[in-house]
Design a protein. Sequence first.
Length: 65
Amino acid sequence: MPNDPAERARRITVQRRGPLLVEGPVEVELEDGTTVSSDRFRVALCTCRRSRRYPWCDTSHRRKA
């Protein structure tokens, strides 16, 4: 594994009915080609698309559809 933290493998945790938890920092490329980034140590990526802060999870998945 490379010594550079930006080049090391990222751990992604999958949760049923929840977001993907990704060890940061991360860059996310959206469908339209734009890139968003976070330098937090862990981020939650929305998988239900209910988040008002998409691609970041805001726990909107907890509300009934």
